[in-house]
Design a protein around this ligand. Structure first.
Ligand SMILES: Nc1ncnc2c1ncn2[C@@H]1O[C@H](COP(=O)(O)OP(=O)(O)O)[C@@H](O)[C@H]1O
Ligand SMILES: Cc1cn([C@H]2C[C@H](O)[C@@H](COP(=O)(O)OP(=O)(O)O)O2)c(=O)[nH]c1=O
Length: 221
């Protein structure tokens, strides 16, 4: 895919604080005149949102989970993400394929080589005449100890099928994210999420300025 827009993903275990910051980033970009699409996975299209509610509520094995998330992802990429990037927009996506490696791969123990094949198939063939695999340009990784995340979520919202997992599951998921970050350090930017919201936000803005997503001249955005 020809690089015109920015594809930025937000990742981390449940309760790490990703969702709290996406709109803040979107607003900062809009103030600079960028057109921003805020979306999420699982979900982002009517079909993928239907698959999301199945994934979060129905018991299924790890292969079925993986196929469901990649099926939704394919629809999301074709209908929303790839067209927005071709228009030169910024796409902010709450979770993407790193979550599949972390949750289905590390958390549920599913074969990561199979996930890598599904990733390649699902994320290519998005532009006629090109077999390029589309990956996020930047991944903001909210890194938080699983016990701190669990304490934040306690009583905050009704847990879904994943949030109801024991803290050991989230230790594996957190390690899954650390492995993905180590394998692709140029794409991942780590944030220490065990900080007050304002400190996390300031670090987020620094990263975005450092990568040229936000205008470096606009301090205090
Ligand atoms: N820096 C922070 N310090 C303390 N609590 C936070 C912080 N960021 C978010 N929270 C709270 O933690 C909970 C999970 O945050 P959320 O943004 O929904 O996380 P995620 O999207 O990563 O699951 C929410 O109740 C939110 O208000
Ligand atoms: C994208 C993705 C999410 N998930 C899980 C992680 C989350 O527990 C759940 C929903 O993600 P999320 O939208 O972050 O949940 P919430 O809105 O409750 O914060 O789906 C996977 O297991 N695999 C995936 O590929």
């Amino acid at each position: 895919m020809q690089r015109r827009g920015w594809f930025i993903t937000f990742e981390g275990i449940d309760g790490a604080g990703k969702s709290s910051h996406i709109e803040v980033v979107a607003e900062a970009l809009r103030r600079e005149g960028r057109t921003v699409t805020v979306t999420r996975e699982p979900g982002g299209t009517p079909l993928a949102e239907t698959l999301r509610s199945l994934l979060l509520n129905e018991a299924m094995d790890a292969l079925t989970e993986s196929l469901v998330v990649f099926a939704g992802r394919r629809d999301h990429l074709r209908s929303v993400i790839a067209p927005a990037l071709v228009r030169g927009e910024v796409v902010l996506c709450d979770r993407f394929t790193d979550a599949t490696f972390a949750y289905q791969g590390a958390g549920r123990g599913f074969d990561r080589a199979v996930l890598a094949q599904l990733e390649r198939i699902t994320q290519s063939g998005l532009q006629e005449g090109s077999d390029a695999v589309l990956h996020p340009h930047l991944t903001l990784w909210f890194d938080l100890a699983p016990d701190v995340a669990a304490a934040r979520l306690e009583g905050a919202r009704a847990p879904d099928r994943f949030e109801a997992q024991p803290v050991e599951f989230f230790r594996r998921v957190a390690q899954g994210y650390a492995d993905r970050a180590a394998a692709d350090p140029g794409r991942f930017a780590r944030l220490d999420a065990d900080q007050p919201r304002e400190a996390v936000r300031a670090r987020l803005m620094d990263i975005l300025r450092g990568h040229g997503v936000l205008d470096a001249a606009q301090e205090g955005a």
